[in-house]
Design a protein around this ligand. Structure first.
Ligand code: PHE
Length: 468
């Protein structure tokens, strides 16, 4: 058997894992989800979920991955065949997220060019321009195809050092740009209302749905609940401190989300826009900020959308790699063939998602347009259930001493919080996720979609042995 590949360096791993975590979820989705769920109150709940539940689940995923040295499906299968379906559910979630993620990746690419072609010339027209762009039948499709092609080319080659290197350069660039934007944003006249919105929690807006949104966002943003961190952990050296790495990745991801919030909301209030602008938020507010920045505006705008596209790319690559690894490991398909096959399927799902913003907006499956169908199914149902099952598996079906050995590198490093982590994973987290997930899932307005999602999980659980 070939020697299993490992990360070149600790920095390489952290950048790759952070590259997966930091993506559209932080810069595009976090601000609008916070906006739709009451701002500060949502953010407080989110932070609690991230550092108690997210961090613990990430630590658990890394531990299972490194212990088994196998990717998602194989890792579960090697420990307990009845649990294989959790890995399969993860692969399915990755595939479904890839059904809408590239659409937004394509928007980001388009906005790099649009920064220079007159978009910023008339700030008042920016919101309408965005609406017209995404509901168009041809233009966004060309961009999403370009974005998909980049994914396919990179993953078909294997995770080349190119993407890791790009991450090392572009992640700091993204960070620097966000800091710059945040400073510009909070110093605009009228920015105070936005800062209040972010920092003054309004608990009257909090419902069960707020908790589900915060939990779903935490799992989505940290790339949890679908075995990606598990897979990345499987390539980690035995001398690595798992819990410390998990803390670094989680903190980086959270910092970027908060910076994005600070970049967006103060400016948004300063320009009198709506915080509940939905998925279009970043594509409307950011160009508006830059339109008011004079001659350098287009350059900064383009840099921002380059950074956004790169953040999206490093994340979608990790998704595509997860689906690809399943076909390679479990189905014996060659890498190129697997990637091209998946890519061809994604062309279809993404075109449908894109068209659901315009020409197909009247067409729904189980009460949701294609874009929302993929989004709701994963973010509101599969990721939370995936995280729930992972923590039950780790807490109840793995040996506690084995876990202690794994997390202390067989006694070579300390993990003072091991017992607390273990109690969290075994008792608190499953109960917390179950509570939030169930109350949130039943509050999904598209009832048939909700039932469908639950049935899919049950079917997978029953037929998992065949699927793997
Ligand atoms: N974490 C990524 C983001 O925030 C999205 C993602 C989810 C990537 C799940 C991989 C797996 O955009």
């Amino acid at each position: 058997m070939e020697q299993r590949e490992n990360w070149g360096s600790r920095l390489g791993f952290i950048m790759a894992a952070a590259g997966s975590a930091v993506g559209l979820g932080n810069i595009w989705r976090f601000p609008y989800t916070a906006g739709e769920n009451g701002g500060g109150a949502f953010i407080l709940i989110y932070l609690g979920f991230v550092f108690v539940i997210g961090l613990s689940v990430m630590t658990a995923e890394l531990a299972v991955g490194r212990k088994t040295s196998l990717a998602a499906v194989g890792a579960f299968k090697s420990q307990n065949k009845n649990w294989t379906f959790v890995g399969v559910l993860g692969v399915l979630s990755a595939f479904l997220i890839l059904g809408f993620y590239p659409v937004v990746g394509g928007w980001s690419l388009a906005y790099i060019i649009k920064s220079f072609t007159g978009l910023l010339g008339s700030p008042d027209a920016i919101p309408d321009a965005f609406g017209a762009f995404i509901s168009n039948s041809a233009e966004p499709i060309l961009w999403l195809l370009l974005f998909l092609a980049m994914n396919v080319v990179i993953v078909a080659k294997g995770i080349a050092s190119g993407i890791e290197k790009a991450g090392k350069v572009l992640m700091p660039l993204l960070f620097a740009l966000l800091v710059l934007l945040a400073i510009r944003s909070v110093t605009l006249p009228g920015a105070g209302a936005g800062i209040d919105f972010l920092l003054k929690p309004d608990f009257t807006k909090v419902t069960a749905a707020t908790f589900l949104a915060a939990l779903g966002q935490a799992f989505f943003s940290l790339s949890l609940g679908m075995g990606i961190m598990l897979t990345y952990g499987s390539y980690l050296g035995k001398d690595q401190n798992l819990q410390q790495n998990a803390l670094i990745i989680t903190s980086m991801d959270t910092l970027v989300a908060i910076l994005a919030g600070l970049a967006i909301f103060p400016a948004l209030f300063a320009f009198g826009l709506e915080p509940t602008a939905g998925p279009g938020l970043v594509f409307v507010v950011v160009p508006t900020i830059f339109a008011n920045m004079g001659v350098l505006g287009p350059v900064f705008s383009a840099l921002f959308f380059i950074a956004l596209a790169v953040a999206a790319l490093t994340s979608s690559i990790s998704l595509l790699e997860t689906v690809t690894a399943y076909f390679i490991d479990q189905r014996g398909v060659g890498r190129k063939k697997a990637v091209y096959g998946i890519g061809a399927t994604l062309v279809i799902t993404n075109i449908l998602s894109s068209l659901s913003m315009g020409a197909l907006s009247g067409f729904t499956i189980l009460g949701a347009g294609f874009f929302d169908f993929f989004d709701i199914l994963t973010d509101k149902i599969f990721l939370a259930i995936g995280g729930l099952l992972l923590s039950i598996f780790v807490g109840w079906f793995m040996n506690k001493e084995d876990l202690r050995q794994e997390l202390t590198n067989h006694g070579h490093i300390k993990f003072g919080l091991f017992n607390i982590w273990y109690a969290l994973v075994k008792f608190i987290i499953p109960i917390a996720i179950a509570f939030v997930a169930v109350s949130g899932i039943i509050s999904i307005t598209q009832t048939s979609l909700m039932i469908f999602g639950v049935i899919v999980i049950i079917v997978l659980a029953v037929f998992s042995k065949k699927l793997a």
